[in-house]
Every structure is written in structure tokens, then in C-alpha cells.
Design a protein around this ligand. Structure first.
Ligand code: PTJ
Length: 243
């Protein structure tokens, strides 16, 4: 039992929740280590949304709203941390939600789909095909989902799928606390923010943005600037860590 007055209560409660999700087979053990890496970068970012991340979240909303076939790709960690938040984003953006796993088994696919549906997400299902040139199972996706997508949101992603999706001409948005990751550098737009802060912010922008704002925001941004600002934020925090 974690006492609510513990200074790291939220972090410990999330870990406990993810450990339970791992026992249930929703999150993998590898997913727990991926979460630890994310936590470390979040610590370095001050565990808050930076102005640059907020701008990226606004652009992400514009990209989703201006897409013909927006898709949100959900893995085990994303479902465990943010199933209800994904429902809100789906409702606000009109995006299709597809489950896509690195450690893919039919049991995990079914459990994650059920968790999402229980939280109100409409999950696209069907017969998966190997539509991406990858040797692992992230290649498996649905023709009417990721196959058709022009804009794909891939939170907590692996670099090679991100590159493969970009090479197919899709606009790829990622949420990744590590601004140095291959995914962060390969994506068209990287939101360097924690998943459960980023998703509600994108949802809110989807509700607020209209017409010309959507068109203007979805053009003419430079992902390197967002990465540079995140690296600058981390560097400044480290320089003043012991002040
Ligand atoms: O459920 P599966 O089988 O599809 O597997 C999912 C994981 C996450 C295990 C898989 O995609 C993976 O191994 O991912 P990586 O390559 O570790 O990349 C995950 C990235 O997400 C890392 O750069 C982490 O820093 C980052 N990250 C982890 N937790 C969060 C995060 N970024 C934002 N918010 C988080 N909560």
C-alpha cells in the first residue's frame, strides 16, 4: 500500500498499476523497462509539459484534424496508461484506433482490445496483413487502419516502424520522452512529453481548433526545433540541478 503523502506517490502508483498490468499480460516485462526509461527522461524534463511540447501537441491536433484517415496506433504500455484518454482523443479527433504490438500474441491483442473497449474506445479489428517491410510483428496491420492512414499517431514507438511508416509517405506523430531516440528523430512530429499529459492536451486542442488554424498549424513546422528545445530544457535543468 503506497501512502498518499509519499513525495513520489504518483510515480509509485503508476508503477504499481503497470506491474499489475504486466501480471495480467497487458504490458510485457520489456514494457516495464521501457516505462523506466521514460520516467528517467521525465525526471530530467521536470515532470511537466514544456512550452515546446505544448506547441507540438497543438500541431498534432491540427494534423489529426486535417487528415483524411487519421489512425492512433496503441501498444500495451499506451493501453495500460491511457485507455480512457485514448477514448477521449478518438472522440475529439475522429481517428481510427488500431492495436499494434511489438511483442504480439493473440492473447495480448484480445486483452488490450478488451481493455480499450471497456474504456469506450472503438477498436478497429480485422485480418492483419504484413503491410510494412519489417521482420518483426509490428509489420502486421490492418489495410483499413494503418494501411490506409495518411496521419498516424504512434506513442512510445520503436524506431524502425516509425521509419517504415515515414518511408510509406505517412505523416508520423510520436509521443516520446526521449528526444534522442531513433523514433523521436525519424518522426515528422515528436511530442517530448509524458503520454498521460500529452494525450489530454492534444484532445483539448482538437476540441478548440477550427478551419484556417488547422490548415496553418499543420504546415511549416520543423521537428528538429522541438527536439532541440527539449535537449536545451534538459541541459539547463542539469546545469542548475544543485543550485
Ligand atoms: O506492447 P508492445 O509489445 O507493443 O511493446 C511496447 C514497448 C513500449 C515495450 C515497445 O514499443 C518498446 O520497446 O519501445 P521502446 O523502443 O522502449 O520505446 C519506448 C519509448 O517511449 C522510449 O524512448 C521511452 O523513453 C518512451 N516512454 C516510455 N514511457 C513513456 C514514454 N514516453 C512518453 N510517456 C511515457 N509514459
Amino acid at each position: 500500500m503506497i501512502p498518499e503523502d509519499h513525495p513520489r506517490y504518483r510515480s509509485l502508483a503508476v508503477r504499481e498499476h503497470l506491474a499489475r498490468c504486466a501480471q495480467e499480460g497487458i504490458v510485457t516485462l520489456e514494457g516495464l523497462t521501457a516505462h523506466g526509461r521514460g520516467e528517467a527522461f521525465d525526471y530530467l524534463m521536470g515532470e511537466e509539459t514544456s512550452p515546446a511540447a505544448l506547441r507540438a501537441e497543438q500541431i498534432a491536433a491540427a494534423l489529426l484534424l486535417s487528415a483524411e484517415h487519421p489512425v492512433i496506433s496503441v501498444n500495451g504500455n499506451t493501453a495500460a496508461l491511457a485507455a480512457g484518454l485514448i477514448a477521449g482523443l478518438q472522440e475529439a479527433s475522429g481517428a481510427t484506433v488500431e492495436v499494434n504490438l511489438f511483442h504480439r500474441t493473440s492473447a495480448r491483442m484480445a486483452k488490450i482490445t478488451r481493455l480499450l473497449e471497456d474504456q469506450g474506445v472503438r477498436v478497429l479489428t480485422g485480418v492483419p496483413e504484413r503491410l510494412l517491410p519489417l521482420s518483426h510483428d509490428r509489420a502486421l496491420c490492418l489495410r483499413a487502419g494503418i494501411g490506409l492512414a495518411d496521419v498516424v499517431l504512434v506513442p512510445l514507438e520503436d524506431g524502425d516502424r516509425c521509419q517504415a511508416l515515414c518511408a510509406m509517405g505517412k505523416t508520423v506523430i510520436t509521443i516520446d520522452l526521449n528526444p534522442l531516440s531513433r523514433t523521436a528523430r525519424a518522426a515528422d512530429l515528436t511530442i517530448v512529453d509524458e503520454l498521460t499529459r500529452a494525450v489530454p492536451a492534444i484532445t483539448q486542442f482538437c476540441r478548440e481548433l477550427h478551419g484556417r488554424e488547422v490548415t496553418t498549424l499543420s504546415k511549416g513546422f520543423d521537428n528538429r526545433e522541438f527536439l532541440q528545445e527539449a535537449i536545451g530544457d534538459i541541459t539547463r535543468r542539469l546545469e542548475h540541478a544543485l543550485d
